[in-house]
Design a binder for this molecule. Sequence first.
Ligand code: BF8
Ligand code: SF4
Length: 625
Amino acid sequence: MTHHHNYTITKDGQLLIKKMESDQVETVWDRHAAQQPQCGFCDLGLSCRICAMGPCRVDPFGEGPQQGVCGADADIIVARNLCRMIAAGAAAHSDHGRDLVEVLAEVAENKAPGYAITDTEKLNRVAAEYGIAADGKTPEQVAGELAHAMQEDFGTRKKELALVTRAPEKRQQLWRKLNIMPRGIDRETSEAMHRTHMGVDNGWQSLLLHGLRNALSDGWGGSMIATEVSDILFGTPKPAPTKVNAGVLKADQVNVVVHGHNPVVSEMVMAACQDPEMTKLAEEKGAKGINLCGLCCTGNELLMRHGIPMAGNHLMTELIIATGAIEMMIVDYQCIMPALSKVAACYHTKMISTSDKARFPGMEHVEFHPDNARKKAYDVVKAAIENFANRGETYIPVEPLDAVGGFSVEAVVGALGGTPEPLLDAIKAGKIRGAAGIVGCNNPKIKHDYGHVTLTKRLIENDILVVDTGCAAVATAKAGFKVADAISHAGPGLKEVCGSLGIPPVLHFGSCVDNVRILVLAAALANALGTDISDLPLAGAAPEWYSEKAVSIGAYVVASGIYTVLGPMPPIAGSMNVVELLTKGLGEVVGATFAVEPDPEKAAVLIRGHIENQRRKLGLDATEV
Ligand code: BF8
Ligand code: SF4
């Protein structure tokens, strides 16, 4: 039975699924089908295995038990589970941030050969936000002090994180009043694990409030540090052309693919791939050169800063191997399916894991640390070149598409002439109705890329500017929305504004940690208007989310005052109290709510309605639309 047309809207995806079927290699969709029916208790969030008196479950039909062995009811169990998802997501982003801070600290001490401070201007600017003066110091001295101050943000010696001061004053006050101002980054995650231990916090509301604080420690802490330090070390992104989809692989070159999240590894791999000595070596082995491509968020990091081509998003990571054209896939951490090495074993692709905290069956482990990363990068690239001789037939099913990436807030504000005012003016005049951040993953429960692409299309048609990150950003690039010509898909107002700036109607804002760029832009708009983020005509969406990181992102976006529509339902439906609080009650608490709508056509209607409503409340339009 072939169902490949139902799994993805992408041509490369459809053709490669077909190829994997004929090669008899299992895909994520096969494994998803094999899991059906998935556990209904877990789906509703009603199962608990936090302690050894359990596992327990609550009967959603009210006939069986209504509480676990300890007495926890549906509300407590659902809230605790959700809180733990946030904690895991916040931990993942923040630990990624910590790894960058460690590199910054080692650069300061000259212990990380190959790494350097690239954006001194940004270094000094961020340092000033931490109260560190740059005058009379070398960049390395500033970097050392900044790394130290950021490490303090991770601990417990502060009452508030340093970068929360970027949020509008009103928002900061609200967080203080609600007692959800994030203190230490690790502290909030640690406290989430403590509170959700058996016999600690059994108030479902207080659990959820702490979940918001934990998420804020990610958004205005760990992820924000990750993005800022990445910009300092590797450069603040500027708009630059790139290519996307499986067609970026080259039949006559050594193809090296990086997958994962942290640019600490991928930047060094890029440097090795671009060394003329390595190109020469590849040519000696009969290849025309070395072609480095990205997958997922580490791919986005390289795309944003260097225009490195993007082979695909989350659900393309297995399929791409079936091209038979990849000599080596180098992974670090997060979103790397352990299935990948099984797929790779059917072709000639060498799989390399690089992080001391992320092992995978069937991968060769070459551990990268800041002090040896440059050497390790050369070692693996040489091995990739050697592997070119083992290549069999290749199948690269499509031609690549053009896209533009690199829209940091600095680049956007720069394009606007140095201030966000022109964007505000376009919003006030109604040419742009508002803006939506579309973020997150792919999930085999939703047709691959259908959610991202459909929602984006509907929003830009209706003059809503879209900024996107992560796998969503890759989806819309593959759909052709990230070129200047894509304004032909936009409504008249958005078309005019983007046309005059020469930018696409859908702006690539980066990887998932770069969602903080959306927070920073939203805060700048609110500050320019002298209001709070929750008053702006903005919305967020995660149409195909799957990961715990996405739960943390959704929670910090809502806690920052932005209405957010999720595609897949999170595992909370077992508690109507939790559902009501997240979809309604939070409006009175943080000025924004969640909605869940798997159909992107309907999600677009929700977002348009919200944005028009916000405009009316701000007094931008005389009449309700
Ligand atoms: O951090 S969007 S599938 S790759 S979690 Fe993962 Fe989701 Fe992709 Fe990036 Ni983000
Ligand atoms: Fe069961 Fe309570 Fe233990 Fe959870 S914490 S497994 S509900 S006894």
